[in-house]
Design a binder for this molecule. Structure first.
Ligand code: NAG
Ligand code: NAG
Ligand code: NAG
Ligand code: NAG
Length: 620
């Protein structure tokens, strides 16, 4: 499955590099290799002894004195004991001590509990134990390390509640406890954390309200509490959080209105409030959010789409807009909207909207993806869709569209030439995005970190379309998913469909097609990744009915019933897997274009991260 990792793999090493850079620039420390302090050494021994696993390259067998400052992941600094250190001290009588100031053991496969002996390292200002398998609670002693600037415990199996001692870490800039098993409330003890810039507690089991004291962290630029069970209203004082650029409160149980005071967050770039229980209208003052580039409101109970679009069109930098599953039963506004000049992804699915495809959509020339599935929209599919230079994902399923498919759809540039797909990436606003299918976020296995990673798709299923299936569909060489099922298409299946060499899923079932299934279709490589057996017929009524070659053609009265023959021929070519690895429950996306996109896409993130750090620490 081509599912992008949700965190940049180099993130931690970059953090460390920048940390070291920062430390050196402050002039407070120097990094000569002095022998380590015996207390520090003892603490590191104690820490490693509490682990089930070993720390690679730490010479633990040797109980005699060793210099821990040369161990991998251990960073020391020289502290002068004189009150004011003159750096070029020619006076050799000045006493100095070497202490451990940084510990970076990210992704070392460590397993065990967090030892209290870490608390002995009282000069520690950087502690990164992320991407390991630490379990159990955080020992309260850890919060005696008052010099900590960076504490990253993300991606472990830590549990219990977050200790109140966080209140004492007044130097903290960066706190990450994401992807663990913490429970209870997020303690409301952020009053003293005046330097906190980044706080992530995403993907834990936190409950209760947002801690009000977070409002006092006026340096905060990024707050990520995605995927917890937080409830209550969004009542932080955003008037004070004016530096905020990223706010992710999605996938919780927050309710009430969207606070209007967000408008003071002039730097806000990414706002994710999706999958909560928010109601009311999008506040008028959102039109002040000129930096806003990503807004995800999917899966709430908002109302007045007409007003929402009018307000949001003033956010000129908006590139991703998610409005799916709101505005139940309203009408898609046909006029009064100018359009969104920079919009790349628009999702307004499962809203029960009436009306038709609005003409203002035509002005959104940058669109890559449009999803208006599961509404009550009708009318014909406008042919101008074919004129979009970058569109690679058009999801119009479950509506009442009628007429023929505009031939122009077979000329979509990004699907015929792949240019957009190969070059485009928007990983700068990486944040989890659910893959919605027929009105539901299908499951946690289908989360992408950017809309650019969604598979190129043309889904016109469950409408009232008629006419024939154009042979020109064969031009869409970069298409991964073509679903024309549940319509009234007639005529034969064109041989040329086999030119869609990247196709992974083709569904033509429940139409009025006739003739035979072209044998050339069997050549498509995707066939080898899907099972083709009678079993799949039997299961074709299951909840997520991903199609198989066989069932893809069923229920077309005029089609020669040659699909058993067809199945047998693909079966022999197939990489047949009895254990259903590629079965209907696990839909497989892959492809070179995406892999390339993924790699290229992570570069801007690193770059932004470096800039961010630079800006924040250079003048400290
Ligand atoms: C903060 O530190 C002080 C002094 O070390 C200690 O007395 C206090 O208990 C700590 N607070 C918490 C909440 O741990
Ligand atoms: C959400 O958080 C829970 C608890 O940590 C975790 O098990 C689950 O995998 C998370 N979901 C995603 C999609 O990250
Ligand atoms: C909008 O986006 C452009 C291009 O990314 C950027 O140069 C500009 O600063 C942004 N405007 C605001 C108000 O953030
Ligand atoms: C939508 O919002 C506008 C502006 O706030 C208001 O005039 C209109 O009555 C609202 N419509 C509905 C159906 O609430």
């Amino acid at each position: 499955m081509r599912k992008a990792p949700s965190t940049c793999p180099y993130y931690d090493s970059i953090l460390l590099l920048l940390f070291l850079f920062y430390m050196q620039n402050t002039g407070a420390y120097s990094f000569h290799s002095h022998s380590c302090n015996p207390n520090d050494l003892g603490a590191l021994y104690g820490f490693s002894r509490s682990l089930v696993t070993q720390i690679h390259d730490w010479p633990l067998a040797d109980a005699s004195y060793t210099n821990c400052c040369s161990w991998p992941g251990v960073y020391c600094a020289l502290f002068s004991s004189s009150p004011i250190s003159s750096s070029s001290s020619s006076n050799s009588s000045v006493l100095s001590v070497t202490r451990v100031v940084g510990l970076d053991l990210s992704g070392k496969g460590l397993e065990g509990v967090l030892s209290t002996s870490l608390a002995v390292l009282d000069k520690l200002s950087f502690l990164d134990l992320s991407y390991n398998s630490f379990r159990g609670p955080i020992p309260p002693e850890l919060f005696h390390l008052k010099l900590l600037k960076v504490l990253d415990l993300g991606r472990n199996r830590l549990s219990g509640e977050l200790p109140l001692g966080i209140a004492n870490l007044t130097s903290l800039h960066h706190l990450d406890v994401s992807d663990n098993r913490f429970t209870g409330n997020i303690p409301d003890v952020f009053h003293g954390l005046q330097n906190l810039e980044v706080f992530s507690a995403k993907s834990n089991g936190f409950v209760g309200r947002l801690p009000a004291s977070l409002s006092l962290c006026s340096m905060l630029t990024s707050l990520d509490l995605w995927n917890n069970s937080l409830d209550g209203s969004i009542d932080l004082d955003f008037g004070r959080l004016v530096r905020l650029t990223t706010l992710n409160l999605g996938y919780n149980r927050l309710q009430g209105l969207i606070p209007e005071v967000f408008f003071s967050c002039k730097a806000l770039n990414l706002l994710n409030l999706s999958l909560n229980k928010l109601s009311g209208q999008v506040p008028k003052k959102f039109s002040n959010l000129r930096s806003l580039s990503y807004l995800n409101l999917n899966g709430n109970s908002l109302s007045n789409i007409s007003d929402a679009l009018q307000v949001l069109q003033e956010c000129h930098n908006l590139t991703v807009l998610g409005l799916t599953q709101n505005f139940q039963g309203e009408e898609m506004p046909g006029h009064g909207i100018r359009g969104f000049p920079n919009l790349r992804s628009l999702t307004v699915g499962n809203c029960g909207l009436t009306g038709s495809i609005p003409s203002w959509l035509r002005n959104c020339r940058e669109l890559r993806g449009v999803d208006v599935s599961s509404n009550h929209l009708s009318g014909e599919i406008p042919s101008w869709f074919g004129g979009f230079d970058h569109l690679f994902r058009l999801i119009l399923s479950n509506n009442s569209f009628y007429g023929e498919i505009p031939v122009s759809l077979t000329e979509l540039k990004s699907l015929t030439s792949g240019v957009t797909l190969l070059q485009d990436d928007d990983s700068s606003s990486e944040t989890p995005l659910f893959y919605w299918y027929r009105g539901k976020p299908i499951d946690e296995a289908f989360i992408y970190n950017s809309y650019t990673h969604f598979p190129p798709a043309l889904d016109l299923s469950h409408n009232r379309l008629n006419g024939s299936i154009w042979k020109e569909f064969g031009n869409l060489k970069y298409l991964h998913l073509l679903d024309l099922s549940w319509n009234n298409f007639s005529g034969s299946i064109p041989e040329q469909l086999s030119s869609m060499v990247n196709l992974e899923r083709l569904d033509l079932s429940y139409n009025d097609l006739s003739g035979s299934i072209p044998s050339s279709l069997a050549r498509l490589t995707f066939m080898s990744f899907f099972q083709c057996s009678l079993q799949s017929f039997a299961r074709s009524n299951s909840k997520w009915r991903w199609s198989f070659p066989c069932s893809s053609f069923e229920r077309n009265p005029g089609l020669y019933s040659n699909f058993m023959l067809f199945c047998n021929s693909t079966l022999s070519a197939a990489n047949h897997k009895e254990d259903d690895d590629y079965g209907e429950d696990k839909f497989v996306f892959f492809g070179v274009p995406f892999a390339v996109g993924l790699i290229v896409g992570s570069l801007p993130t690193l770059y932004l991260l470096m800039c961010w750090w630079d800006q924040n620490y250079e003048y400290d």
